[in-house]
Design a protein around this ligand. Structure first.
Ligand code: ZN
Length: 162
């Protein structure tokens, strides 16, 4: 079975930055399941995986623009503490804040009075990315999974949203 939209795909992956430092890996742990074609992975990686099958290995280097985008210095800004969902805000922590049209996860760089200085960039923004991905399993997504836009656990448990 080949990877395409509406397939549930399990992968083993290692992600390195442009300097060859490992950012994240699940090798030797449980594979990561995702629903293909829903933007769960960065676009440059999904594109490379399309049409591949079990056992194939994809090694892809992405520029920051094809990964999580370039850093935007305007994302370093001051936010009133009342916009934070957490009762306590600590420097160096990542928190959800209210923004126009929803929420955003930001890194707190400083707290001054009633304001926090935050960095709203994705942690991997501005970084070149090197993915090494092995395809472990490919199956048709269920109707439920297609409707929800994500993969459910094989045993059907652990699903607590909507
Ligand atoms: Zn669901």
């Amino acid at each position: 079975m080949k990877i395409d939209d509406k397939k549930a795909v399990a992968i083993e992956f290692t992600l390195e930055d442009g300097a060859g430092e490992t950012i994240e890996t699940n090798v030797g742990k449980k594979p990561l399941w995702y629903l293909h074609g829903q933007g769960a992975l960065v676009p440059g990686l999904e594109k490379e995986l399309t049409g591949k099958g079990v056992g194939d290995v994809v090694d892809v280097k992405l520029s920051a623009a094809d990964g999580y985008g370039e850093r935007d210095e305007k994302e370093i800004r001051n936010v009133p503490l009342r916009k934070f969902k957490a009762p306590r805000v600590q420097v160096g922590g990542r928190y959800q804040i209210q923004v126009a049209g929803g929420t955003q996860v930001v890194l707190v760089k400083a707290v001054n009075g009633d304001y926090a200085q935050v960095d709203g960039n994705h942690p991997l923004a501005g970084k070149a990315l090197h993915f090494n991905v092995k395809i472990v399993e490919v199956r048709d997504a269920t109707a439920d999974e297609q409707e929800h836009g994500h993969v459910h656990d094989a045993d059907g448990h652990g699903h607590h949203h909507h």
